[in-house]
Design a protein around this ligand. Structure first.
Ligand code: ACM
Ligand code: ZN
Length: 763
């Protein structure tokens, strides 16, 4: 082995297998049948059903049965080249038939279905159309993976269904995916593809975020400037970027979704995130001044005026046209991130506050939302808003979509409101899925497929009764850093697969190991569909590893495919060494690794550093006492190395964190102490910070996490002799929130925050 590792092989002492394989869990029922999301019950039986030119689809004479039977027939024809006839006359011979039918013989539930496959017949039944359609989705996943999305144009495959019995129903009734078309817009065909991905995952709601500061994306006949002006922004290069969907296109998308039993909920943002609208109609803002359609991301102070009646006439007109296009019970009105600066200085808004005996601008926001709710309710619709609609009091019938203040869920449900969970911590698919240094640029954060899988929707402080108001969850796809649909695919897949199981499969049935095994088939389905999905990167070592004599390099078995590695700094390719078993190295190396699946899909390359270390001697100090000294500097410092001037504040604190009273938009901070190391050994230090931080032991830079960024963790390794070592953490903040967490780990110590007991200053 390692013949292609070049310099790595030269310096490496290669041992045979060092680490025994972990025992592999058995999930035979589910994994031979790789349905995602995992059904409530799957029983495999002997034999299989073969689909061939003589197979007939028998359905009932009702709209849903015929629709679902035709849907399956068309998809199967596209995949296999075999067109199965759909008949409603009961066939004489009960052999070689597929039955797709609404049935009330068994009580199943709205979205539930049953499948029974024997060598003679495959039967899919449900009480309702939506359940039947989900049954068809599962039936397609019982076929070879080539068939699932059904447009592989007549490939050769073993067109059989394994004999089995499936009973299935969802855990939550609201299962949503969101798409922001304001920051970047995608073609109608791409939006339809997105809807297909949702259908394949039994996601029943498409939340279409249609209006933003950076672009208004839906034609409104009564207000043509919304799309003539509001749909176009000037980019940094002076080019116009934009576009919109005509009402005909919107109808087409809604029909496409409806054909897949997916509800489309439109979002028309108010009172904030409305720069594009007020740019087209400046009279709708407090100042009445012309502002350009916003180009920068973030939050704008320019919002709808809450004191101007014209705003409500406008919004009611817009919503009237929107309701005519979208038959959904719910209309989303945004309600998030509405700065109150303009309202504070606006005479009309202030008059509205005093006329209505409102306490402040937060109550004005609540008044605004209530007024819109009343209008929607009068038209038989219900309002959904982001959780900021609770500011200043919640509208009586509103459903709250929680993304930010998760601590308020109890308050909403105990007052009888339904809630939908879209936590910014876990269901934001604009977050990184891997190390920031190797992934395509994203907005920030870090959310893995497993994080999505493990999320439990119901907060632990809810009673059983309150928990019933958690109607489901949704992941959000904000597209600031997704200029192309290929990038949307990369960010959404495979986290959508994890989401679908989190929302569909019961807590008792969910199991990540089973999910990972079934994901092999799902990867193939993604590939056959041509999706630009993210292949999971190799897992095992830390990004930075340290050793004294020898290090063992060990990777976990990838979800699918093989790990290809190099040790000479070159990019791994299919011609590189395949990782098979753990091996040892005794020199400093950078090992680059990537996963390539059997279908040829590749992960990004990850560089793992293995540093051969030498002990750093400790220092002797006569008199020390517990503590950390700090210096705070004022100024805008792009990096910690640029922190300069005289400190504006100095003092002592207990830990390597931001001391109380040290804050502001732009400052630098230096923390100095001696750290007591109890045993000789290799230590890993981590800084997680927003913005930059650098950790030094003595003169050595151990962790480099410098510069402007959102909360990001970086690590470094050093070998330390027992005793005291000078430790310094420099930190810089360049706006918004400041955070700093310093942790450490060794062979003998789990990763933990650096304890105050270990930190000393000279007396
Ligand atoms: C949101 O992410 N502003 C709802
Ligand atoms: Zn105003």
């Amino acid at each position: 082995m390692l013949k292609k590792l070049g310099s790595l092989a030269m310096g490496a002492t290669i041992a045979a297998t060092l680490v025994s394989c972990s025992t592999k869990p058995e999930f035979t029922n589910e994994t031979q049948i790789s349905i995602i999301p995992l059904p409530a019950s799957v029983q495999r039986a002997a034999g299989k059903f073969e689909l061939n030119e003589d197979t007939v689809i028998y359905t009932k004479d009702d709209k849903d049965s015929i629709h679902c039977a035709n849907f399956f027939s068309e998809k199967f024809a596209k995949a296999s080249g075999i067109t199965l006839p759909v008949v409603t006359a009961r066939p004489k011979v009960k052999k070689n038939i597929i039955v797709v039918a609404i049935s009330d013989k068994v009580e199943l539930g709205d979205e539930a279905y049953k499948i029974k496959v024997t060598p003679d017949a495959a039967v899919v039944i449900a009480n309702k159309g939506r359940g039947l359609f989900w049954g068809i989705q599962s039936l397609m996943q019982l076929l070879p993976t080539e068939a699932v999305f059904g447009d592989t144009d007549g490939v050769k495959a073993d067109w059989t269904l394994p004999a089995c019995q499936i009973t299935d129903k969802p855990r939550y009734s609201y299962r949503g995916m969101h798409l922001d078309v304001g920051r970047h817009i995608f073609s109608v065909d791409d939006v339809k593809k997105y809807i297909d991905y949702l259908a394949g995952h039994k996601i029943n709601t498409f939340h279409w975020h249609l209006t933003e500061d950076q672009g208004w994306r839906i034609e409104i006949k009564k207000y043509p400037k919304l799309t003539e002006v509001g749909a176009w922004r000037k980019t940094g290069e002076g080019q116009l970027y934009g576009g919109f969907y005509t009402q005909e296109e919107v109808k087409d998308v809604v029909k496409y979704a409806t054909d897949r039993y997916i509800t489309v909920i439109p979002e028309i943002e108010m009172p904030g995130h409305s720069v594009a609208a007020v740019s087209a109609y400046p009279n709708l803002s407090c100042r009445g001044e012309k502002v350009p359609v916003r180009t920068a991301w973030g939050v704008s102070k320019d919002v709808y005026c809450a004191g101007n009646e014209e705003v409500f006439t406008f919004l009611e007109d817009v919503l009237t046209e929107v309701m005519a296009l979208f038959p959904s019970e719910y209309i989303h009105i945004g309600g998030d991130e509405c700065p109150k600066a303009r309202w504070k200085e606006c005479p009309k808004c202030q008059k509205r506050i005093s006329d209505n005996n409102l306490k402040d601008e937060h109550e004005l926001q609540s008044w605004f939302i209530r007024r819109i709710e009343k209008f929607l309710n009068s038209k038989g619709r219900n309002l959904i808003g982001w959780d900021e609609i609770m500011e200043g009091g919640l509208s009586p019938n509103a459903t709250v979509m929680f993304w930010l203040h998760m601590g308020n869920v109890k308050k909403a449900v105990s007052a009888g409101h339904d809630v939908i969970m879209t936590p910014n911590s876990t269901f934001y698919f604009d977050h990184y899925q891997g190390d920031k240094g190797t992934e395509p640029k994203a907005i920030g954060g870090f959310t893995t497929m497993k994080d999505v899988y493990d999320y439990e929707l119901v907060p632990s402080n809810l009673t059983e009764e309150e928990a019933k108001h958690v109607i489901g969850g949704q992941a959000n796809c904000w597209t600031e850093y997704m200029p192309t649909f290929a990038q949307v695919e990369y960010m959404v897949m495979p986290r959508l697969s994890a989401l679908s199981e989190t929302l569909w499969t019961s807590k008792e049935r969910k199991n990540y190991e089973s999910f990972k095994l079934r994901m092999r088939a799902q990867y193939q389905r993604y590939s056959y569909r041509g999706i630009n999905y993210r292949v999971e990167t190799p897992k095992g070592p830390e990004l930075v590893n340290g050793f004294l004599d020898k290090a063992t390099v060990s990777f976990e078995k990838p979800l699918s495919g093989k790990i290809y590695i190099t040790g000479d700094g070159s990019e791994p390719t299919e011609d590189s060494e395949v990782y098979k078993t753990p091996f040892q190295i005794d020199e400093t190396h950078t090992i680059k690794a990537k996963v390539i699946t059997p279908e040829g899909a590749e992960s990004v390359t990850v560089s793992y550093q293995f540093n051969k270390l030498q002990y750093v001697e400790s220092v002797v100090k006569e008199e020390v006492s517990q503590g950390v000294s700090y210096e705070m500097y004022k100024g805008q410092f792009p990096n910690t190395t640029e922190i300069s001037g005289e400190p504006v504040k100095t003092g002592e604190t207990a830990t390597l964190s931001i001391p109380a009273g040290v804050n502001g938009d732009n400052f630098g901070l230096k923390l100095n102490a001696y750290i007591m190391v109890e045993e000789d050994g290799v230590y890993t230090f981590y800084t997680a910070s927003d913005d930059g931080s650098v950790l030094y032991i003595g003169d050595e830079k151990v962790v480099d996490n410098d510069g402007y960024h959102s909360m990001t963790e970086r690590s470094g390794v050093i070998a330390l002799k027992a005793g005291l070592h000078p430790i310094r953490v420099d930190f810089m903040e360049g706006g918004a929130t400041e955070r700093l967490i310093v942790s450490m780990k060794s062979d003998k110590m789990e990763k933990q925050k650096v304890k105050a007991e270990l930190l000393f200053i000279e007396k």
